[in-house]
Design a protein around this ligand. Sequence first.
Ligand SMILES: Cc1cc2nc3c(=O)[nH]c(=O)nc-3n(C[C@H](O)[C@H](O)[C@H](O)COP(=O)(O)OP(=O)(O)OC[C@H]3O[C@@H](n4cnc5c(N)ncnc54)[C@H](O)[C@@H]3O)c2cc1C
Length: 338
Amino acid sequence: MLLNKNHSLKNWNTFGVDVKAKLFIEVFSEDELREILSDIKFKSERKFILGGGSNILFKKDFEGLLIKVSISGINVLEENDNSVLIEAGAGIIWNELVKFCVDGNYVGIENLTLIPGTVGAAPIQNIGAYGQEFADTFVSLNGLFVETGEQKTFIKDDCKFSYRSSIFKEELKNNFVVTSVRLRLSKNLKPNLTYKALSDYLAKNGIINPTIKEVSSAVAEIRKSKLPDPQKIGNAGSFFKNPVVSEDSFRKLKAEYSDIVSFPSESGQTKISAGWLIEKCGWKGKRVGDVGTSPDHALIICNFGNATGSEILEFAMRIKEEVANKFGIQLEEEVNIL
Ligand SMILES: Cc1cc2nc3c(=O)[nH]c(=O)nc-3n(C[C@H](O)[C@H](O)[C@H](O)COP(=O)(O)OP(=O)(O)OC[C@H]3O[C@@H](n4cnc5c(N)ncnc54)[C@H](O)[C@@H]3O)c2cc1C
């Protein structure tokens, strides 16, 4: 466990924003985490939990204690003819867990291939892509409350998972540290090919009954062709969530914009593509200084050079305002702003 003061976060957030944390500590076990949370020296410090920094925008220096969770370990806890129960430490890179499951032929998270970040952050916004969500295979997670250091296990019903959200992004925001998660994967389910871009890609490549390895590779290829690599261009993936509107509102929008892009959502509502809304406002590929939207994907805001967090946020707020003015829809940030 190493405590650093005035620690640069430039390499710890995928936007590549050059800010500092007053105090920065990396923990490698639940015991180390408990020790830090109960240390009287840090009691009055504001605390924030950091995974891979791929879903955070730092507006300014962080004047508190930033705790980077690097708890490792992937273990198969139970196995039978139909399924495996896997436990992974919160600090494991999400894609390493995906690879472990794909190599073992365990079905359930292959469509989430190449989502950046750590296992511990996956439940926070219930990561999802290509027709699969983290919650689909989730069994339970362990962790500690930030304020009290008390340990708790959450089962699925406790987590209030929904589209890019959970109890950890709402009521318990910044107040619970995930230390490990348990997932149950199937040994005999067929891959989920309901997402059109994925099934089209496989069909185009003549793959009829894909193995999960083939599905994982297909997802990786699609992602690489569509999304800017944060190692090269700073970004945090989708900046906003896709807004969900009532059937009635959708009907009115559809009457005016016949090309509107939408997806079915829970409880009879409709999810509208935020990327489409932004593009319709003329913001696809638009740049202001070093900030801009990706020329291929209007929903991804990029740092093309040395943009500051507040410049990125100002750019995002201008998009939000224009979408609200044109469509009467309030976009909600998917990225955590600090
Ligand atoms: C190019 C790109 C593509 C992306 N594509 C997708 C996608 O397809 N689908 C998707 O859902 N997301 C996507 N994302 C967003 C991001 O990858 C996920 O949100 C990911 O889960 C963030 O993980 P992280 O470890 O980097 O979390 P961080 O960015 O470090 O943190 C995110 C939030 O989780 C909290 N947190 C982190 N670790 C813990 C922990 N152990 N305990 C408690 N709280 C914690 C933080 O406090 C913060 O509030 C993408 C991002 C990028 C850059």
